[in-house]
Write a protein that binds this ligand. Structure first.
Ligand SMILES: C=C(O[C@@H]1C=C(C(=O)O)C=C[C@H]1O)C(=O)O
Length: 100
């Protein structure tokens, strides 16, 4: 499928085709990320680690802010999105770690 650059979109209908394409891609990446989180539950259980490790959360945010700047995404937006996403993944880990 040919993708249209933002400047090449001549109507909202054309633009939304691209947004929907990107959302499918984002979902694919998040599903891949969530499979690593599911595996983290088993490894943390074995290694006696908690669901939330603040140093790692902050390190992820540092990485993501740097990458956002490099790729032209607002670093504060990336910071907020990643913290919200990690809160959800940590809640998922917590639920499963305490089930055992
Ligand atoms: C995956 C981990 O568990 C939590 C989830 C994180 C994430 O979604 O990236 C980061 C830090 C964690 O405390 C981890 O500790 O690396």
């Amino acid at each position: 499928m040919t993708r249209r650059q933002p400047e090449a979109c001549r109507s909202m209908e054309e633009l939304r085709v691209e947004i929907d394409r990107l959302d499918r891609e984002l979902v694919r990446l998040l599903a891949e990320r969530s499979r690593y989180i599911a595996r983290a539950v088993a490894l943390k259980s074995r290694e006696g680690l908690p669901a939330r490790i603040d140093e790692r959360v902050e390190a992820v945010v540092v990485n993501v802010r740097r990458e956002a700047e490099r790729q032209g995404l607002d670093a504060n937006l990336a910071d907020k999105l990643w913290r919200a996403m990690m809160d959800e993944f940590i809640a998922y880990e917590e639920k499963r770690l305490h089930r055992k």
